[in-house]
Write a protein that binds this ligand. Structure first.
Ligand code: PNS
Length: 194
């Protein structure tokens, strides 16, 4: 075991089984692993930072040397303030490599003493990303096995009210008389007025 702190930064929107797999691997190697959620992400997130913080804390309760935190601004500045010796990032496939290499080299330029360490999650998670999980969940598809159960439930809680509102809006629109057309009693198909 290496004596030192490693930072595992990311968006974690939402945390996936791949993220958790990497945290478990990282926790075995480093003395302490700080999972750091970026606060000032430009993207409009599905889960706010407080929700992601809470989910990640619940998911890593069994990993005694893993801490969850948030950060803003430059990641290398945050890592320095934590006295970290390295940055941990996951690489799933070649497609991740270019972006990760660019980021690692930029971080090295900003802070030459900080190393980036790459680890691979289990191959069964090699296709799992937060973005795809959000996409599948938003379209009402199953995400079982891709995210931990806590996250699966949170996705359901988040998406069900949205889906219900959409269905209700479609029902209302179906009952509105648009452009002089007559509604059929069930509101499912419209007939031209005589
Ligand atoms: O999970 P993600 O979205 O791939 O994580 C990207 C993250 C948060 C690690 C990266 O965007 C980051 O470190 N942002 C902080 C700003 C920064 O330091 N940028 C320069 C790094 S090239």
């Amino acid at each position: 075991m290496n004596k030192g702190i490693a930072i595992y930064p990311g968006s974690f929107d939402p945390p996936t089984n791949g993220h958790l797999d990497l945290m478990e691997r990282g926790a075995k190697i480093f003395e302490e692993l700080v999972v750091a959620i970026l606060r000032n992400s430009e993207k409009s997130p599905m889960f706010n930072v407080a929700e992601r913080l809470e989910m990640l804390r619940a998911l890593t309760g069994h990993l005694k040397n893993v801490r969850i935190d948030t950060f803003d601004g430059l990641m290398v500045e945050y890592a320095k303030s934590m006295e970290a010796i390295c940055i941990l990032r996951g690489i799933r496939a070649i497609s991740d490599y270019e972006y990760e290499l660019q980021m690692a080299l930029m971080n090295r330029k900003l802070e030459p003493t900080l190393e980036t360490v790459f680890m691979m999650p289990a191959d069964k998670y090699s296709y799992v990303s937060s973005r795809l999980v959000r996409e599948v969940a938003q379209a009402g598809g199953p995400v079982k096995g891709l995210v931990p159960e806590i996250v699966e439930q949170r996705l359901r809680d988040k998406i069900t009210p949205v889906k219900q509102r959409e269905t209700r809006a479609i029902e209302i629109l179906d009952r509105i008389d648009l452009g002089g057309k007559e509604l059929d009693p069930k509101g499912t198909k419209r007939k031209k007025k005589a």
